[in-house]
Design a protein around this ligand. Structure first.
Ligand SMILES: Nc1ncnc2c1ncn2[C@@H]1O[C@H](COP(=O)(O)OP(=O)(O)OP(=O)(O)O)[C@@H](O)[C@H]1O
Ligand SMILES: Nc1ncnc2c1ncn2[C@@H]1O[C@H](COP(=O)(O)OP(=O)(O)OP(=O)(O)O)[C@@H](O)[C@H]1O
Ligand SMILES: [Mg+2]
Ligand SMILES: [Mg+2]
Lengths: 256, 256
């Protein structure tokens, strides 16, 4: 039994990678076998969690184009129960090369399906766009977790993101659910933050996580040490809030 | 005589739109005829500067596919010398439809070339990706202004962005120059900010603007009022820093 959660939002810089890394780490530390898949050619999740690639290291690119089995590309992390399928710049090529392949949207789903017995959670970090890599991730996922920065442009992008999710549900992945909306970089002193948060809860009453991720400098420092915040500074508010999030995610996905 | 400047960085949320809006506004207020072109299907530059579109309003999508001349799509703003070519969600379709057209990378360049007599500056806001819309913008531009958030992931993305610019220069736009690297959301109390800033100046000694954009809540509030910060709160540090930037840009592009 495995739960595949896609972390997506076309708006840039809202905390997708920070959430993918720290949620995966918190699930791993709690004892659940977790795989973090970096679906962004920027490779921020790969470097943020401390994986160092050489020119020969296999990545998601090689796995998607069937040049290497997933198990050969997976790398270990400082957390025993957390493994990473890394990405690098080559992944940009996959968007072009997959265009000519049959069932190109199902590529990632078919690959991850074989790993369901090995991992309890599979977390997918997406780039800030709605291209073929994000479509592959949304097709492979059981649910979508949407990080939302509490800023003006955040609400604008939400409608078109939900329209895209509806399209994916109609054409590619009928069971795609919404895991929840996560308020990120929340600064309690900032009036705009409260206004955006109230608006989001009004429009999506059942779907906003109780856990709120505060703006916390330790979260932006931890990737420069190649560590999830839970290992970098476990007592900081950033680490606490991601542990709360992991708790909520585990509770709502408890296998009955 | 016109100068076309493209605001680009594949990393998301680094201040591309905030820079495009506020640099354009500062240039317009200083008396230079300026056109802001929103090349992002998110349409943040369009809404952030207060343009309200109806379902019938022509946008960059219609202009790119030659269904309407640019002059019919351009909208006025609260600043006499600043006009906007807006974008909305339809623009996503352009990435697909342009694929089948001859000289698809030169579309925007050919359209803007006709406007060189009308505008002293044309500022292009790009989405956080390196797809056909960003390629069109880089091909149409005289120079690229790169906003850089002073955070760990900023440096990572810079190398691949500069490689892309080199490719564009080799194949599509031989005169493409770098206008400069702009440090954004700078928080003087944060050690990491200073470290990243020092690193950027070390690698690119001549190319970092003197103007530094501070993290300033007025910059994130102004789009919710549909105003550039120069009109929303002219005395705040955010407005001052963008006026300084406009001064530097105007000085380095002084027509001799
Ligand atoms: N809660 C937080 N507090 C402070 N800084 C944060 C927080 N969350 C993320 N950051 C920082 O903000 C920046 C943007 O976050 P991140 O890179 O995770 O966003 P993203 O949505 O993955 O961006 P992209 O759209 O480029 O993929 C990063 O430099 C990150 O370290
Ligand atoms: N100097 C600043 N101080 C405070 N907030 C800022 C600053 N610059 C930008 N912001 C806010 O940070 C968020 C990201 O900025 P912006 O949307 O301009 O980035 P972007 O690079 O255009 O994002 P995208 O990659 O999605 O296009 C916005 O909510 C914006 O209002
Ligand atoms: Mg990311
Ligand atoms: Mg933008």
């Amino acid at each position: 039994m495995s739960t595949v959660i896609c972390i997506a939002n076309r708006k840039g810089g809202v905390g997708k990678t920070t959430t993918a890394i720290n949620l995966s780490a918190a699930l791993g530390v709690a004892g659940a076998a977790t795989l973090l898949v970096d679906c962004d050619p920027q490779g921020n999740a790969t470097s943020g969690i401390g994986v160092k690639l050489t020119d020969e290291s296999p990545t998601l690119y090689d796995v998607l184009l069937e040049e290497c089995p997933l198990a050969d590309a997976v790398q270990h992390t400082a957390i025993a129960q957390l493994a990473v399928l890394p990405a690098n710049h080559d992944l940009i090529g996959a968007e072009v090369e997959l265009l000519n392949i049959e069932r190109r949207e199902y590529r990632l789903q078919e690959i991850l399906r074989k790993e369901y017995d090995r991992y309890r959670y599979i977390i997918l970090d997406c780039p800030p766009s709605l291209g073929l890599l994000t479509v592959n991730a949304l097709t492979a996922a059981d649910s979508v977790l949407i990080p939302l920065q509490c800023e003006y442009y955040a609400l604008e992008g939400l409608r078109s993101l939900l329209e895209t999710i509806d399209l994916i549900r109609e054409r590619l992945n009928p069971d795609l659910a919404i895991e929840g909306l996560l308020l990120t970089m929340f600064d309690a002193r900032n009036k705009l933050c409260h206004q955006v948060a109230d608006e989001v809860r009004k429009f999506f009453p059942q779907q906003v996580f109780d856990a709120i991720i505060p703006r916390n400098v330790r979260l932006s420092e931890s990737p420069s040490h190649g560590l999830p915040v839970i290992l970098y500074d476990p007592s900081c508010r950033g680490a606490q809030s991601y542990m709360e999030l992991a708790q909520e995610v585990a509770t709502s996905n408890k296998s009955t």
